[in-house]
Write a protein that binds this ligand. Structure first.
Ligand code: 0RA
Length: 635
């Protein structure tokens, strides 16, 4: 056929392959080693399509010493008869017309045309030479191309009863940065392809070596064998991978999964044999079903208690190896690298088969089921602990911020050894304390109501409490491993709470906080408890305070016979005006402070756990023990 007889359409065709040569990256991603290997995948995928259609059982791939590659299949062979529209053989159309592959597409799941769906014509365009041999219709047929251009027409050769397609191509050194193939890269792709297509035999031969290397990939178990292979060097949690498959209007879905005793997650998702690295609907459906089904089962078995949080997807997938493979007629590939499946029908399809299949498996295999659930709940616990540690580090940064809390009324003297801070229960008492104080050396930090119980809440939640953050910032020392006593902004920290049960409780909460996060402050003797009076005895213009019942009795006994007096019992700091608060509780000349000491750290730790834990009895014991650790000081 001469140039002059080309129709307008044919010229467009030539421009098509020229476009591929001009901008190869657009069609195969890159002209580096990755793009080079994609040429082989493209051809193999076309043969796999024949296998999917049920007409091909064997694919051979040969790497030649001159870096040519041959791909042989025993499929039906590319049609050799004339395509009237183009007035060319089917073989020539397939190899010279962009995106022609799909137009032939027979029945079944006509898939790929490879990763980018480009077809064999792209391989032809990017090859310095390509030779094709088709066995079909009782003969061997041959044709050759150079840089995408046909060298003559399809030639009918010897008689043959066999069928199949053989393509040998030389990647164009003018296009590719390298034409050197990697055995490992090709072998792992062939292995993967064989896993994804049960019973399909793929051989890889490397003739570049004197003693040619050959490997055969064929897996009767398909993706079950894939999962076994991935878990090969790991200790499996249950002996056999779990497997489900289903076929519907949406297509075919297959899932195989097996947990190992390790911690990493290996979940591979494929659509039409393409590794969907970016995931997509099939993967989402799988994950949804897995998380829901394992949680449902755990609850039904009582392994997860009603009050417990759900196991997270991450926890459940710890140590999981899974392969999800779907095949569908019209795959939509999205995302940055076009490796994210977009077909929404696949989400519910995969979700349904995994939900049904996994629930059934768990019911029928109680032993592995238990191991799986126990592993997930252990993962949940470990993850919570790790998260706490991480959050702590992160929060510490936050707490070290130099901005003092807004509620703090600081003192003017900067010399820590001379200053003190009152941690005051409630905003109203805080207000009185601010008016009463000597602002040169006394700072006031009001704390709203009951601060968080750090023993029960754990460090994580405790540190998210505003009151606790304010305390840490005001004190300047940071906490836990980051604690630095030399950074203390005050050498006296005075806890001032109401003299009632609630006040005692709040005092204990604050002490627990110091014990857990700033123990050295206690050791250094920086922590004190203020002693507001319990009673006020008024006699005309004179008055006296009593700090406990014994003092009250003594004061009353001292009164002259017949003296009239009135007695006030303070229920809280709020009942005192600023002057009263100053003279009874804050004036260093007249106040009484209790210094908190913890001689026996070990005993103290138990005490704090006892006090703040769930049980009531140890709490009573603590209060006695605590009293022993507090001694009177006249300051
Ligand atoms: C179009 C139609 C048919 C097969 C093929 C293409 C085909 C393409 C490749 C590429 C590599 N190996 C291949 N094998 C087959 C089906 C034709 C029919 O109905 O017989």
């Amino acid at each position: 056929m001469s140039e002059s007889s080309y129709s307008g359409k044919d010229i467009q065709v030539l421009e098509g392959l020229e476009a591929v040569r001009k901008r190869p990256g657009m069609y195969i991603g890159s002209t580096g080693p990755k793009g080079l290997h994609h040429l082989v995948y493209e051809l193999v995928d076309n043969s796999v399509d024949e296998a999917l259609a049920g007409h091909c059982s064997c694919i051979d791939v040969i790497i030649h010493p001159d870096n040519a590659v041959t791909v042989i299949d025993n499929g039906r062979g590319i049609p050799v008869d004339n395509v009237p529209k183009y007035r060319k053989s089917g073989v020539e159309v397939a190899l010279t017309i962009l995106h022609a592959g799909g137009k032939f597409g027979g029945s079944g799941y006509k898939v790929s045309g490879g990763l980018h769906g480009v077809g064999v014509s792209v391989v032809n365009a990017l090859s310095s030479r390509l030779e094709i041999e088709v066995k079909r219709d009782g003969h061997v047929w041959e044709m050759a191309f150079e840089r995408g251009k046909a060298l003559g027409t399809l030639q009918k050769g010897a008689k043959s009863k066999a069928t199949g397609t053989t393509v040998k191509f030389w990647a164009d050194p003018d296009v590719f940065e390298t034409t050197e193939y990697s055995w490992d890269t090709l072998a792992s792709h062939m292995r993967e392809t064989a896993f994804l297509n049960k019973n399909l035999k793929i051989t890889l031969t490397d003739e570049r070596e004197l003693d040619p290397r050959r490997e055969e990939f064929r897996y009767a178990g398909g993706i079950v064998d894939f999962v076994k292979y991935l878990n090969d060097k790991k200790e499996a949690l249950h002996s056999k991978p779990i497997y489900f498959e289903a076929e519907g209007a949406e297509g075919i879905a297959e899932v195989a999964l097996q947990w190992n005793t390790g911690y990493s997650e290996t979940v591979l998702a494929f659509a039409n044999n393409i590794n969907t690295h970016e995931g997509g609907t099939h993967l989402e459906g799988f994950k949804n079903a897995l998380t829901r089904t394992i949680n449902d089962y755990s609850r039904r078995q009582g392994i997860l208690k009603e009050k417990d949080d759900n196991l997270s997807g991450e926890d459940i997938r710890e140590g999981l190896t899974a392969v999800i493979s779907v095949k569908l007629t019209d795959p939509q590939f999205e995302g940055q690298t076009k490796t994210k499946l977009g077909n929404t029908e696949m989400r519910s399809f995969v979700q349904a088969i995994v939900t049904t299949g996994l629930a059934e498996y768990l019911e029928e295999h109680p032993k592995p089921a238990r191991s799986i659930v126990m592993k997930s709940s252990q993962a949940a616990k470990a993850r919570a602990a790790a998260r706490k540690a991480r959050e702590l580090t992160r929060r510490k940064g936050l707490l070290e911020s130099s901005t003092l809390p807004g509620k703090l009324a600081d003192c003017s003297v900067k010399e820590a050894a001379l200053t003190e801070i009152y941690l005051v229960e409630g905003d109203s008492a805080g207000g009185s304390a601010k008016q009463a104080r000597d602002r040169s050396f006394q700072a006031i930090l009001p704390l709203r109501g009951k601060i968080l119980n750090v023993e029960k809440a754990g460090i994580n939640r405790a540190l998210s409490s505003e009151e606790i953050q304010a305390m840490i910032t005001a004190l300047g020392t940071s906490i836990a491993e980051e604690f630095d006593l030399s950074q203390a902004r005050y050498h006296k920290v005075i806890i001032m709470t109401d003299a009632d049960v609630d006040g005692a409780h709040i005092r204990c909460l604050i002490l627990t906080f110091f014990y857990r996060f700033m123990r050295e402050m206690i050791d250094a003797g920086y922590i004190y408890i203020a002693q507001p009076p319990l009673y006020k005895i008024s006699m005309g213009k004179k008055h006296e305070y009593a700090y406990n019942d014994r003092q009250l009795q003594q004061a009353l006994a001292r009164l002259p016979e017949g003296t009239k007096y009135s007695l006030q019992r303070y229920k809280g700091l709020g009942e005192m005006n600023p002057e009263q608060l100053w003279e009874t509780t804050m004036d260093p000349e007249r106040r009484t402070l209790l210094q908190v000491t913890l001689d026996d750290a070990l005993a103290a730790e138990e005490a704090f756990v006892d006090l703040m834990g769930d049980q009531v009895e140890p709490r009573k014991l603590f209060i006695q023990r605590h009293a022993k650790n507090v001694r009177f000081l006249d300051v």
